[in-house]
Design a protein around this ligand. Structure first.
Ligand code: ADP
Length: 374
């Protein structure tokens, strides 16, 4: 009886953590907080998996725990108080290599043109150095990815590391600012220096570049001014001099960036990462549901239609929440059923796309503005 109460208490806590993760994402846009809630939820599941009495149940719980943990890591890319790898020892006694799992372009739905540009500009020069020399193609310089949140910019940067086999360095601008205010430029320089020291080269990903690369203005404080100057200096250091150092930056708000950053040769290419089109949305559902039992009544056309305007992250999140319905049921009833259309309809009815029309219009205006060069 005591154990049954404990288990039902844990399930309630689990559901609460998932709701909190969802709220953090939807209302506050706080991915790290959401990641932390998801990580805690996965901890509970790992514990339940360890204590489960039958092997199938153990496997099922461990798989869900691992999926939640993966989502948490992708969401937060965090090193916060809950260290994912500390409880990522699976119930069969093996260490999960979640952090080192390599992503390639095959793991990314849609974005065909962006992937092609990244492949040609960043991956091929490393794969075919002789041909690059033969055609005297200039290499180096950074790549700026911009677009709505959750469209796969971070994933693309990770995939470059996966495709080239280079180590991946993430610099979160907001963290540099908040943690080391006053000596941020030293932190930035140190991070670049560490990446440059890698003998085989490195992929450096600067997320939220607008946080440190915002337009210089008269009222700007001295520390922010020093930081942006440092960033410009680092980017100039990447250009052409270190063939195996790949620099990628991302922003959701390119219009905030200082003009000097946008001028060549700092970024050889600026790529818009859009919301997924119909075929990309289908791929996203397939990726997010792969390996999970899906009922025959699930209608892909309806999912695609209803998810118009959703980002990739919205779709992955939607699938996670739909999967949780049969999963939570199965914990209390011990009956495992496939995720069905009613689960999706239930979740869809409470879900709105995280990107709105006026935000999208802003990207189009900014692109037009850049094309005109005014
Ligand atoms: P961004 O950096 O643009 O805010 P992310 O790359 O962090 O977005 O994406 C967040 C999550 O959304 C990813 O971890 C992944 O689960 C999902 N996602 C977004 N876009 C895609 C895509 N095109 N293909 C596969 N998964 C995607």
């Amino acid at each position: 009886m005591k154990i049954a109460n404990e288990i039902s208490g844990e399930i309630a806590l689990l559901e609460q953590l998932i709701c909190l993760a969802d709220d953090s994402l939807r209302h506050d846009g706080d991915r790290r907080k959401a990641a932390s809630f998801m990580s805690k939820a996965s901890e509970i599941l790992f514990r339940q998996a360890k204590n489960a009495d039958c092997i199938d149940r153990k496997r099922m719980l461990a798989t869900h725990a691992a999926n939640l943990l993966d989502t948490a890591i992708k969401l937060g890319d965090f090193d916060g108080p809950v260290k994912p790898h500390e409880h990522a020892v699976d119930v069969f006694g093996q260490q999960r290599q979640t952090r080192s799992a390599q992503i390639t372009f095959d793991d990314i739905a849609g974005l065909v043109e962006v992937k092609q540009t990244l492949m040609q500009r960043l991956v091929f020069p490393l794969r075919y150095p002789e041909k690059i020399k033969k055609y005297r193609i200039s290499t180096g310089g950074g790549m700026l990815l911009f677009g709505p949140s959750g469209t796969g910019k971070t994933l693309l940067a990770r995939a470059i590391a996966g495709e080239t086999g280079l180590p991946f360095f993430v610099i979160k601008s907001s963290e540099i600012l908040s943690m080391y205010y006053g000596q941020s430029e030293k932190q930035l320089a140190d991070l670049f220096a560490e990446a440059k020291r890698q003998p085989q080269g490195a992929v450096v990903f600067l997320d939220e570049i607008d946080a440190i690369g915002a337009k210089r203005s008269d009222g700007m404080n001295e520390a922010s001014r020093r930081l942006i100057n440092q960033l410009l200096q680092e980017l100039d250091g990447v250009e052409g001099k270190n063939e195996k150092m790949i620099f990628i930056a991302a922003t959701n708000e390119p219009w905030l960036l200082d003009e000097a950053l946008l001028r060549p040769p700092r970024f050889v290419e600026t790529c818009f990462v859009p919301l997924p089109d119909e075929s990309a949305r289908l791929e996203l559902f397939q990726l997010a549901l792969s390996g999970c039992p899906v009922a025959k009544d699930v209608l892909p056309e309806e999912l695609i239609r209803q998810s118009d305007g959703f980002s990739g992250a919205d779709i992955v999140n939607l699938c996670e929440r739909a999967k949780l319905i049969p999963f939570c049921e199965s914990i209390s009833t011990h009956v495992e059923r496939a995720v069905n259309m009613a689960d999706f309809r239930c979740v869809m009815s409470k879900t709105r796309p995280s990107v709105n029309h006026s935000q999208l219009t802003r990207y189009i205006n900014w692109i037009n503005h850049q094309c005109k060069g005014d």
